[in-house]
Design a protein around this ligand. Structure first.
Ligand SMILES: Cc1ncc(COP(=O)(O)O)c(C=O)c1O
Length: 496
């Protein structure tokens, strides 16, 4: 049922990969009613946008608000703003839209009365799930569970999925040390006082430029922008180096290999150092592609060796697929590219999967109730949408579309990079999860601004990366529009 990699382990998710491996797609996926291109009618931002921003700013800090969207009129890969401007959206609500705006089949989902009632009567899932909940969870797991990870908890968002993954790692670590889950009286009493042995000194290791969320626990593992962390107390947890590659990869193989080993050495050193400090590392969290941190890639070798180090140190490997999960890299889970000896211990998700959650191994199972728990523990309404999304991804071979579009886009950008060097460089990506680096942060900001005024929305990432996070329906036609506009923008910047 699963395809086998050279190491004999399956690298594929289930249903998703049985279909969609054909050499080419007969047609690009089409979205009825989608515009043929962007259409900008006002200055950007337009007058209505400015007025709405002024109103909102009186209520809250609205400095992050970029655009007010007309969600009735937006469709497919195109969003329409409050001023009736139509943009090609290659950033899709911070990488969260698998099928774009107003997909006709998703609009139908809650017309079914049973599903509508699931939406209206939102359950506290940990205590009162609907009678069809086990079947729904099994349906999801059958379709998308990463190989070897059959257990699934749903959550609300990316950060709270990671936060609970940390708890699983800590509990599993303590269970190994103790030999079981029979807590002593001392442990039970000391944890209420936030003291060891009940509240043990344990750490989660993360990587420089990694991003794992903004809740208090995850923030200690987030190592990107200061503005996310300043004034907030942090745990004394270690931070290892993540590879910073030189591109094109084929011209810098040796250098990048050395970079892998430099970073792996820092991981080993920190395991030892934190153990000596009396704060052993119980888990390592890593993104398959560091996203907010600048779209930093690491080789399959790096990830395989990282896993081996974790195993030697009895630490859980937590693969944060919040941004990469759901197909944008051309595989449902990006870590499937790494050909690892065994599955990661935990794979967390959110964004394109519409709700948060994590898949985990038998070893990470918790033996008592209420240890990873909150009131809602996800949202059946989002699960119903996810079921439909998965059906469409499989039926319409959307991962195949992502791979074809991504290959095309990557090649075109590599050509463009030659023409516009040094304004852009380091084109990289998997699937349509693609980024380029600008010469300076200012030039990157200028590119994003100019693209927007021409009707294309893109994302930025630390420190001077321009990144694409389009829908899974993004096809060659959309890619050509993006490339044309980028070409115009780069010509203007070169002239300026
Ligand atoms: C890799 C990664 N992990 C975690 C998060 C946090 O997710 P959320 O914003 O849903 O809490 C993000 C958000 O961008 C992310 O990119």
């Amino acid at each position: 049922m699963w395809s086998k990699c050279s190491r004999g382990c399956s690298t594929s998710s289930r249903l998703i990969f049985q279909i969609g491996n054909s050499a080419s797609l007969a047609t690009s996926p089409e979205i009825a009613g989608e515009p043929t291109g962007p259409c900008i009618k006002t200055s950007v931002p337009g007058p209505k946008t400015k007025q709405l921003l002024c109103e909102l700013s009186k209520l809250q800090q609205a400095g992050s608000t970029e655009i007010f969207i007309n969600y009735d009129k937006s469709i497919g890969n195109y969003l329409v703003d409050a001023d009736e401007n139509t943009y090609l959206d290659t950033y899709t609500q911070i990488a969260t839209m698998p099928l774009g705006y107003n997909h006709p089949e998703l609009l139908q989902v809650f017309r079914n009365e049973h599903d509508l009632k699931c939406l209206v009567n939102r359950p506290a899932l940990g205590v009162y799930p609907g009678e069809d909940w086990p079947q729904r969870m099994n349906h999801i797991a059958d379709a998308i569970a990463p190989y070897g990870l059959r257990h699934l908890n749903t959550m609300m968002c990316g950060a709270c999925s990671n936060e609970n993954a940390f708890k699983h790692a800590f509990m599993a670590y303590r269970r190994k040390v103790r030999g079981d889950d029979n807590f002593t009286e001392e442990e039970k009493q000391s944890c209420v006082l936030n003291k060891p042995p009940g509240s043990p000194n344990l750490a989660i290791m993360s990587f420089l430029h990694g991003f794992h969320g903004r809740t208090i626990g995850t923030l200690s593992t987030t190592r990107s922008k200061y503005i996310q962390k300043i004034d907030i107390p942090a745990f004394d947890w270690p931070m290892a180096n993540f590879p910073q590659y030189l591109y094109p990869l084929e011209e810098h193989e040796e250098c990048n290999r050395v970079e892998d080993y430099r970073c792996l050495a820092s991981v080993e050193e920190l395991f030892e150092k934190w153990c000596k400090k009396g704060i052993p590392v119980a888990g390592v969290i890593v993104e398959p592609i560091q996203s907010e941190g600048g779209d930093n890639h690491a080789s399959p070798t790096f990830f395989r060796k990282l896993q081996a180090i974790c195993k030697r140190n009895n630490a859980a490997l937590i693969m944060d697929e919040v941004q990469t999960g759901g197909g944008p890299t051309g595989k449902f889970w990006c870590h499937e590219y790494f050909d690892m000896e065994s599955p990661p211990d935990i794979v967390t998700f959110s964004k394109k999967l519409q709700l948060g959650g994590y898949f985990f191994s038998d070893d990470m199972m918790v033996n008592q109730p209420f240890r990873t728990f909150n009131t809602w523990m996800g949202d059946p309404g989002k699960v119903i949408l996810l079921e439909k999304i998965i059906d469409i991804i499989v039926r319409d071979q959307l991962l195949q579309n992502v791979r074809l579009t991504g290959d095309y886009l990557l090649k075109q950008l590599q050509c463009m990079e030659k023409e516009f060097s040094p304004i852009i460089h380091s084109t990289r990506g998997r699937g349509t999860f693609i980024a380029i680096t600008a010469e300076t942060p200012e030039k990157r900001d200028e590119m994003i601004k100019r693209l927007k005024s021409k009707g294309v929305i893109c994302g930025g990432a630390h420190p001077q990366t321009l990144r694409l996070r389009p829908t899974l329906l993004f096809s060659k036609n959309h890619a050509d529009i993006f490339l044309d506009k980028l070409n115009e923008v780069l010509k203007d910047i070169k002239k300026a």
